[in-house]
Design a protein around this ligand. Structure first.
Ligand code: UDP
Length: 236
């Protein structure tokens, strides 16, 4: 499938048109940003790892009843996906206290939650993706009541499925961010699922194997992405 014009360029990906108006190509870059793009850098081969990891996880989720935008892998850095109308809400699912939850509520990182917490953020870079609640989403018209109900149900289903998949691979799913979009009257899971958008901790050592290594200059950033890729995609 041939790449046509660049439709959108984000922090970690580019989106290209194709001949088919219903399909676009996601190209995964090595660029990394953190703290609302105040910190910028490159993680060598991140684009290759995130493309492969996302493809494996989207395939697994589809097989387990979660509709996604994923169509097929095109190359080391490209996947073909359905062209959606993105809902401007980022859904965060948390299983273990970390990141902004720990900071905002003054909690120490690492405590396992008795059940998952769902959070919603307004997808708006200029505003730094502010935390919002279901009232903002429905009253301001970001999504309908029905869509929000489906988004929340799907997010929890994704959490259950991913935890089941990751557990035998020795990875703890601490938290992650999802995006959804509308396609021909259906709600599809969009974007990517990777160490950029998830916190993965090694089950045995508790070592962080995700973008926190970049955010906090913990070192061994590339090798953490490579390790997650090895465990999820099953290659050395
Ligand atoms: N996350 C993301 N994109 C964002 C914000 C968060 O992918 O714009 C992911 C992040 O990698 C983590 C989860 O969502 O896995 C929860 O992030 P948190 O709210 O703790 O914010 P952070 O401290 O990562 O900024």
């Amino acid at each position: 499938m041939e790449k046509r014009e660049l439709l959108y360029e984000g922090k970690a990906k580019q989106v290209y048109a194709t001949v088919d108006p219903d399909l676009v190509i996601q190209y995964f870059k090595d660029d990394a940003t953190a703290f609302n793009a105040q910190k910028r850098g490159t993680i060598v081969n991140k684009g290759r790892y995130n493309n492969a990891i996302s493809a494996s996880l989207f395939r697994y989720l589809e097989e387990h009843g979660v509709p996604t935008h994923f169509v097929r892998t095109l190359s080391e850095r490209e996947m073909l996906v359905r062209r959606l109308e993105i809902i401007p809400v980022e859904v965060v699912v948390r299983n273990v206290i970390a990141g902004s939850l720990a900071k905002r509520l003054g909690l120490s990182e690492g405590r396992e939650l008795p059940r998952p917490i769902l959070e919603h953020y307004y997808k708006n870079d200029a505003l730094g993706d502010p935390l919002i609640n279901p009232w903002h989403i429905t009253v301001l018209g970001f999504a309908s009541e029905g869509e929000l109900e489906e988004i929340n149900r799907r997010a929890l289903q994704v959490n259950d499925s991913l935890r089941t998949f990751l557990q035998p691979r020795g990875l703890i799913l601490v938290d992650f961010k999802l995006e959804f979009g509308r396609f021909q009257g259906r709600l599809l899971l969009a974007d990517e699922i990777s160490p950029d958008t998830c916190r993965f901790w090694d089950a045995a050592s508790g070592e962080k194997l995700d973008k926190d290594r970049f955010r906090f200059d913990l070192g061994n950033v590339e090798s953490a992405y490579a390790e997650v890729h090895r465990r999820i995609c099953g290659v050395a």
